[in-house]
Design a protein around this ligand. Structure first.
Ligand SMILES: C[S@@+](CC[C@H](N)C(=O)[O-])C[C@H]1O[C@@H](n2cnc3c(N)ncnc32)[C@H](O)[C@@H]1O
Length: 300
């Protein structure tokens, strides 16, 4: 078998919750993801795409749910399996080794924006979702504080870190400060190893995209899934989307009577994006317009 090149996350797994109890792990989940997991039916098959070292998978396994963790980083999958006792797969989320419609629930928490082809990764998750199944996707928000930090000081950090001297400089200055801030914020819980991995995920990871609501809306249309809920997650770097692949029976009913206001029992909430998403789209359009006007003035 061909040996895979180590990925960035093989060298720096997203591993910062070692030694956390289950309630502590649960507390690291964004509220919409926690509710998503709480609502998973007991017989459902859940795929945790880009599982990392198993922070989310552990929360699924602790609830005795049938789940599989998948990651492109073999080191991460090994950590996840050791910690959760859950089955793992080393594969690229842009080409999932699962049949169409095989999963009841798919989770991609903080993963799609790290994929070389984010749309391809999104589309694959939609493909393996069953009709009626739900997909939770959290991706980096555009235009926020983290995007600015990734650009600066991130670009300088990424420029320095490949050099021995540059790495030594970062490891003796910024990293200790970052660690101390995290130690204080986590009330003594964060280890040096954990802070180091978070720092690399935050500033050094080479592949990051900031994805707008408009992009996710377009992608959803292309992949035949609907956004049933949206959460801007104020205060977090990611915004989250709850997507549903329409149930097949509903598609048949719609094809037969497209304009009849018939009862659509399992898609009542599916028909329109939530008010929160609509508001967010309006904000994006408005800010885009303002940026356009500002650019026009500065370049004239
Ligand atoms: C920020 S970590 C998130 C880990 C986990 N979902 C969590 O929330 O704790 C991103 C993970 O996505 C994985 N990843 C990035 N691109 C991937 C791809 N194309 N296919 C599968 N996994 C990928 C990385 O290896 C890494 O473990």
């Amino acid at each position: 078998m061909k040996r895979q090149e180590p990925t960035f996350y093989d060298n720096h797994p997203f591993d910062w919750t070692e030694g956390y109890s289950l309630p502590e792990l649960d507390a690291t989940l964004a509220p919409p993801l926690r509710s998503f997991i709480e609502d998973v039916p007991s017989d459902a098959l859940v795929l945790d795409i880009g599982c990392g070292s198993g922070r989310v998978t552990a929360c699924l396994a602790a609830r005795r749910l049938r789940c599989v963790g998948l990651d492109v980083s073999g080191a991460s999958v090994r950590l996840m399996m050791e910690r959760t006792g859950t089955g793992g797969v080393v594969a690229d989320g842009q080409g999932l080794p699962f049949a169409d419609g095989s999963a009841d629930r798919v989770i991609a928490d903080g993963v799609i924006h790290h994929s070389g082809d984010p749309f391809g990764a999104f589309a694959e998750s939609c493909r393996v979702l069953k009709s009626g199944g739900l997909f939770y996707a959290a991706v980096y928000k555009p235009g926020g504080r983290y995007q600015r930090l990734y650009q600066f000081p991130g670009s300088v950090i990424r420029w320095l870190i490949p050099y021995k001297l540059g790495r030594a400089l970062i490891h003796t200055t910024l990293l200790p400060i970052y660690y101390l801030v995290h130690l204080a914020k986590s009330r003594g819980k964060r280890s040096w190893h954990g802070a180091n991995n978070l720092f690399y995920d935050y500033f050094v990871t080479p592949c990051v995209r900031f994805l707008s609501c408009n992009e996710l809306e377009q992608w959803s249309k292309q992949c035949g899934v609907e956004i049933v809920n949206y959460n801007p997650n104020p205060g977090l770097n990611v915004h989250s989307f709850l997507l549903q692949k329409p149930a097949r029976t509903v598609q048949v009913a719609e094809a037969a009577a497209p304009h009849v206001g018939s009862a659509r029992p399992d898609t009542n909430e599916v028909a329109t994006p939530s008010a929160a998403l609509a508001l967010h789209l309006f904000h994006e359009a408005w800010h885009g317009f303002l940026a356009h006007v500002a650019h026009g003035h500065s370049s004239s």
